[in-house]
Design a protein around this ligand. Structure first.
Ligand code: GAL
Length: 328
């Protein structure tokens, strides 16, 4: 690939790795480590949404990783967090490691992965093990990650849905998730929460904040720029796309303000037919890329990736402008 290619907003162009295989790394992120960018995500199975009967989608592979020096040419690095064939394993497939995210812990020298862990696809969170935070770690970015376990931060009442990880300037890391109270089957009280992690990043602490402006929002991704934290989010319509909204705060555990839709000229109010995945910085530059995904519910192997540069306004605003194709 010589440029990021997105096509028209309803198209699903495939992205290929250097072996010519379609990249299958959904809803993950990019981490720069050991001189390269590493792109990781959940490898979906090629099943149609309507026919699965498993609550949507699942994996029998796990989380996979690709490496690149220029963000355009990706070499497959393999499975970093593998599903298991042992029925007694918490990673017994088919299951889901949704929205996996990785940050590096300078103190422990470990890469730590958090995800929305769904042991039993088919139940979207009401049985134990179907809506938790899953944690794994590795001493190499692209090694085989060790499963730590799963938990519900704050307390057991809050089912874990869409999530992200954010590592702050001071090295503190936070798990941000759509907390769905177990008794709230009608979605009247779902809200994004941000939870400070322990120093080793392997567990939640008791310090957290309910992000009121993140009421009924999901797919969060955070970026810091010039004194403000920004969080891009989606609404709650499953795989159907919806209008993005971003929030802004001075401090991560402080007050987040609703800043509206960051998408410029998005006439269909669908985040350009995508859903947010993650935000990362291009090494050595002030360019931040907003990763989003055009989920292909007919065949999840052919989800399409839409990576756009973030524009920051002088008045501390954030915007996204659609480009059918662009280069760094
Ligand atoms: C989306 C969510 C995805 C997945 C999907 C299942 O809203 O962002 O991560 O959970 O729903 O329907």
């Amino acid at each position: 690939m010589e440029a990021f290619v997105h096509g028209e907003i309803h198209e699903f162009p495939d992205w290929y790795d250097e072996d010519g295989n379609v990249i299958n790394a959904s809803d993950g992120g990019v981490i720069y480590a050991e001189g390269k960018y590493h792109w990781y995500g959940q490898a979906f199975r090629p099943m149609g949404f309507a026919t699965q009967g498993e609550g949507g989608q699942s994996t029998t592979t796990g989380v996979v990783m690709y490496a690149s020096e220029d963000l355009l040419h990706w070499t497959y690095e393999g499975v970093i967090l593998a599903c298991s064939t042992d029925p007694t394993s918490p990673l017994y497939a088919p299951m889901r490691f949704e929205r996996p995210k990785i940050v590096y812990n300078e103190k422990t020298k470990q890469y730590v992965l958090w995800c929305h862990y769904v042991k039993h696809p088919g139940d979207h969170g009401f049985l134990p093990g179907t809506g938790e935070a899953g944690v794994a770690y590795c001493d190499k970015v692209n090694g085989s990650y060790t499963w730590v376990g799963s938990c519900r931060p704050i307390n057991e009442e809050g089912i874990v849905r869409d999530c992200t990880l954010y590592k702050d300037k001071d090295g503190t890391a936070y798990f941000i998730y759509d907390r769905h109270p177990i008794k709230d089957k009608e979605n009247k009280n779902r809200c994004l929460h941000i939870v400070k992690l322990t120093e080793d990043y392997l567990a939640p602490t008791n310090e957290y904040k309910r992000i009121e402006a993140g009421f009924l929002r999901e797919a969060p991704a955070v970026v810091y720029h010039d004194g403000y934290y920004y969080m891009v989010t989606s609404g709650l319509t499953g795989w159907a796309t919806n209008q993005a909204k971003y929030l802004r705060a001075r401090t991560l555990l402080g007050e987040w303000k609703d800043m509206g839709d960051p998408c410029v000229g998005d006439e269909t109010h669908t985040t350009f037919e995508t859903q947010t995945t993650y935000i990362f910085r291009v090494e050595g530059t002030d360019t931040y890329i907003h990763m989003a995904e055009r989920h292909n519910t007919e065949n999840f192997l052919h989800c399409s990736y839409v990576w756009l540069p973030i524009e920051f306004g002088a008045d501390h605003t954030l915007s996204l402008i659609y480009r059918k194709e662009w280069k760094l």
